[in-house]
Design a binder for this molecule. Structure first.
Ligand code: 5GP
Ligand code: ZN
Length: 112
């Protein structure tokens, strides 16, 4: 996707502060953090959001979740929240699937 900002980050066309990268997955710190520790983990494959996942993406989503947890542990975030926004009214602003990993402070519930 030529004009997708997260595809551009995946391709290395624009910079990001990366925590982890492999063939399938990329994690980088959020530009506008909502908690003391806030990073995003994305599939390199362009998927618009959770509602657009195909059955074949199930292993990829498992990897994303496990890698998010592993990176949270590695970066000193034992308690964290995983968030995926689907659709503008749910707060999605970048339409390339991403999981937010938030922590470093007590997090309230319910979210806004
Ligand atoms: P959404 O609102 O779609 O769930 O989350 C998109 C997130 O991407 C936001 O938290 C926003 O701060 C972050 N973001 C948007 N553009 C960039 C960027 O170019 N670099 C980084 N590191 N984060 C970005
Ligand atoms: Zn994309």
């Amino acid at each position: 996707m030529d004009d997708c900002i997260f595809c551009k980050i995946s391709r290395g066309d624009i910079p990001a502060n990366k925590l982890y990268e492999d063939d399938e997955v990329l994690a980088f710190w959020d530009l506008n953090p909502q908690a003391p520790k806030h990073f995003l983990i994305i599939p390199k494959k362009h998927v618009v959001g959770p509602a657009d996942l195909a059955r074949e993406d199930e292993p990829l989503m498992g990897r994303l979740t496990r890698k998010a947890s592993e990176l949270a542990d590695k970066h000193g975030i034992p308690d964290f929240r995983l968030v995926m926004n689907n659709g503008a009214k749910a707060g999605q602003s970048v339409f390339h699937l991403h999981m937010h990993v938030l922590g470093g402070r007590p997090l309230s519930w319910p979210p806004g």
